[in-house]
Design a protein around this ligand. Structure first.
Ligand SMILES: N[C@@H](CCC(=O)N[C@@H](CS(=O)(=O)O)C(=O)NCC(=O)O)C(=O)O
Length: 208
């Protein structure tokens, strides 16, 4: 059985959790705080990050985009990528935007924990979050983000938007982007999203 090393707020781990659930792949969930000294990630990932998908033989793969690509290759049905190459590229481009929003939120979150946070640095990260959400909003319509089928693009965008509620709640993106908010509501109604709602975690060790 696979084991996924995850964290309750992690949007990157949530992408993998949702893909595993959508593909009906059984897995054990190992939830931890990757910022604490006792994290298991260094045993599998030289970058010391989760998610890590641990194989039955104990080896691990890491980096959410790679894990999702790996799952698409090893467990191709149901397919989470479009059938056409341009659709695949569009979905991957959306994942780049969504992950970039999450990256900026992480940097903003930890900057705020510094004794003397840099206002310039935080403003820069907020700009990236707002710009990324604007780019996603420009793609949101009545259906799913790419083609007529739920897939990777929706998983990436949905997990990024869900992460904002946990780490950047003061950004009222839904008021600015009603079509994106409606898509997000549709996605959060899916069992795979409902089962993986992000929850803040208590980080009690010094990180920055
Ligand atoms: N690009 C990576 C980012 C993963 C990442 O930043 N994970 C965080 C946890 S969380 O922010 O997703 O909750 C982590 O393990 N950070 C520990 C560290 O960076 O040392 C991915 O997509 O998997």
């Amino acid at each position: 059985m696979y084991r996924l090393i995850s964290a309750t707020p992690s949007p990157y781990a949530r992408k993998v959790r949702i893909a595993l659930l959508e593909k009906g792949i059984p897995f054990d969930l190992q939830t931890e705080v990757p910022w604490h000294a006792d994290t298991a990630t260094p045993a599998y990932n030289p970058l010391e990050k989760l998610p890590v998908l641990v194989m039955p033989d104990g080896t691990g793969i890491y980096e959410s985009r790679f894990i999702l690509e790996w799952l698409e290759v090893k467990h191709p049905t149901p397919r989470l990528l479009p059938d056409d190459p341009d659709g695949v590229l569009a979905a991957r481009q959306i994942e780049v935007i969504a992950d970039g929003v999450c990256d900026a939120v992480v940097l903003l979150f930890f900057e705020r924990r510094r004794e003397a946070p840099s206002e310039a640095w935080m403003a820069r990260q907020r700009r990236k979050v707002e710009g990324g959400v604007r780019a996603l909003a420009a793609l949101a319509g009545e259906g799913f983000l790419v083609g007529d089928r739920f897939g990777l693009a929706d998983i990436a965008a949905g997990t990024a938007l869900g992460y904002l509620a946990v780490r950047f709640p003061e950004f009222d993106w839904a008021a600015e982007h009603p079509a994106l908010a409606a898509l997000h509501a549709r996605l959060e109604a899916r069992p795979s999203f409902a089962a993986t709602r992000p929850v803040p975690q208590s980080i009690t060790e010094t990180v920055v």
